[in-house]
Design a protein around this ligand. Structure first.
Ligand code: MV4
Length: 449
């Protein structure tokens, strides 16, 4: 008998219990790390070992690379599962794991580093046949030189930090008179946030949808795509509702971008789960970035494909087993996820505290991903995501009806949540008609006069 393999879960919250379940189902042993604010996390009780790695502040615990590597050594694990957020897309950490003898569950650190540089990422995927947003990726040399470059693109443009992502260091510029100042301001913000002043410029798309393609590779040149998701419903770069597949896109266009995405992954010998993110406007796709991690919204893809993506991540990383092939992957139905945040419904300020009572929604094809239980105390130190409600049905209208039922069944007492916001969105006519886009909540549904 082989010794059971063991993984370290280097995360918390919704993804930690998600990963714990997948690992235990596959027969792996699990060690988990936690901060002193997280002693009451449910996944710790289900882990074989739980190791405290530091104080509440993320910087001293979940972002403390040395503490996590020490925990891996102490618990003698084979591999480290980073989840999303925290160190999941930190190339240096992935390299440290590898050099310390632990398998980092994700792609190679050099691919993580490359995709972390939005200019290099764009250049690479472009060379592999992926359509990108037209723009200027060269050096910013002088006011006159950059004004001439932007004239070729045409206003409005968006200035982005090469080391950015998630919106930091971005500036929309509507006219030449504002360009130079905005570039300088983006550069200093990028320098402060990422330690790099490097920026690039793109044509600004005004009302795009956010459509992404889930990919998965074996690290040796084989890869599959697991269709599309629409994640346009967001606020301040935080997604709120995600669905799969992306709707209201001509089938041939969607097939084409899925093919292009999977071909790019094959050529870069991508390993594990990844997402190619696109903006979609006027029936055209434009690549913006690639995420080299599992994403919060992976669940909707699981619902329509029947694939457990976290199990697939573990199998490819620990066994070298690629359990997916394109011919077997079929879309079955339509899925939607509502992210439940503990936050004030008016101000969106996080609402930590003790959950006095929880009733989970149930029923056929209703999934509730969460750590929470009656008596659980949400610490104030982390992200406000506390649960996900995921439902599947045969078509989008039925999905919305099922989601309405699931939201009505959900009771989370003791803290404020965004459940009522979700109830409002799923009754919205524009949402039903797929007329929403990335700024829809801010510019329309939630706009206060
Ligand atoms: C854009 C854009 C419009 N035009 N690029 C925001 C975060 C970063 N990942 C890319 N982002 C955007 N890039 C061009 N050329 C609009 C956004 C954007 C956005 C993108 C995806 C999801 C939500 C968003 C919210 C605001 C702006």
């Amino acid at each position: 008998m082989n010794k059971k393999k063991k993984i370290l879960i280097a995360n918390r919250g919704v993804i930690a219990i998600r990963a714990l379940r997948a690992a235990k189902e596959l027969g792996y042993e699990v060690a988990s790390v936690y901060s002193t604010a997280d002693k009451n996390q449910k996944h710790l009780r289900l882990s074989d070992e739980a190791i405290c790695i530091g104080p509440p502040n993320s910087k001293d615990s979940y972002l403390n690379e040395a503490a996590i590597i020490s925990a891996a050594e102490l618990s003698n694990v084979d591999a480290i599962y980073p989840g999303y957020g925290f160190l999941a897309e930190n190339a240096e950490f992935a390299e440290k794991c590898t050099k310390s003898g632990f398998k980092f569950i994700g792609p190679n650190f050099d691919i993580i580093a490359l995709m972390g540089d939005k200019i290099r990422a764009k250049e690479l995927v472009k060379s592999l046949g992926v359509p990108v947003v037209p723009g200027y990726e060269g050096k910013v040399e002088s006011k006159e030189q950059i004004e001439a470059e932007v004239e070729k693109i045409g206003y409005p443009v968006i200035v982005k930090a090469a080391a950015g992502g998630g919106g930091k260091g971005m500036r929309v510029v509507n006219e030449r008179s504002a360009l130079w100042e905005e570039i300088q301001s983006a550069q200093s913000e990028a320098d402060l946030a990422f330690g790099s002043k490097e920026v690039f410029i793109e044509k600004y798309l005004k009302k795009p949808r956010h459509v992404e393609i889930q990919v998965f590779g074996d690290g040796c040149g084989d890869a599959v795509h697991l269709f599309s998701r629409d994640c346009s419903l967001q606020r301040k770069y935080q997604k709120i509702i995600e669905e799969a597949p992306a709707g209201k896109i001509p089938e041939a266009k969607l097939d084409e971008i899925q093919q292009i995405s999977v071909n790019a992954c094959k050529q870069m010998k991508y390993e594990g789960a990844g997402t190619m993110e696109f903006l979609y406007e006027n029936k055209e796709f434009f690549f913006i970035e690639m995420n080299t991690r599992i994403q919060v919204e992976h669940t909707v893809t699981e619902m329509i494909t029947g694939v457990d993506l976290v199990q697939s991540q573990l199998l490819v990383a620990l066994e070298g087993e690629f359990n997916l092939n394109q011919e077997d992957l079929k879309i079955n139905g339509c899925a939607m996820q509502c992210r439940i945040n503990a936050e004030d419904p008016e101000t969106f300020i996080p609402s930590p505290g003790k959950i006095t009572q929880v009733h989970r929604p149930g029923g056929y094809h209703v999934r509730f991903e969460s750590q929470i239980y009656s008596g659980y105390e949400i610490p104030p130190n982390y992200d406000s995501l506390i649960a996900e409600i995921i439902v599947k049905e045969t078509n989008r209208e039925r999905v919305i009806n099922k989601m309405r039922m699931a939201l009505n069944e959900t009771i989370i007492d003791g803290v404020k949540t965004n459940v009522d916001l979700h109830k409002k969105i799923i009754e919205d006519k524009n949402f039903h008609e797929y007329k929403h886009y990335i700024k829809y909540l801010e510019e329309d549904l939630l706009k206060h006069e």
